[in-house]
Design a protein around this ligand. Structure first.
Ligand SMILES: [Zn+2]
Length: 84
């Protein structure tokens, strides 16, 4: 299935977040740096989300605060103006 073709990001994300990376995907990741990088990014995001959910605002370290504020700035820029 994924022998030569890359799985979609949705497939990689669902498998990674569920912690169920199939043998086929595993074999693909061993040969495809692009998908391996996507999975690594998904794992990083998932870990970051868990950190935010489980840590109180007062306990966040400086790096995490910077990362959150960067994400919020980007998200704010992408908010579409409300329809009139
Ligand atoms: Zn790939």
């Amino acid at each position: 299935m994924f022998q030569n073709k890359c799985p979609t990001v949705d497939v990689l994300e669902a498998a990674t977040r569920a912690g169920r990376i199939s043998r086929r995907i595993e074999l693909h990741l061993a040969r495809c740096a692009k998908c391996a990088a996507v999975v690594s990014q998904i794992k990083d995001s998932a870990g970051f989300e868990t950190l935010i959910r489980t840590t109180g605002a007062d306990d966040l370290d400086h790096e995490t605060r910077l990362r959150i504020s960067g994400i919020c700035r980007k998200a704010t820029r992408r908010i579409a103006p409300p329809p009139r």
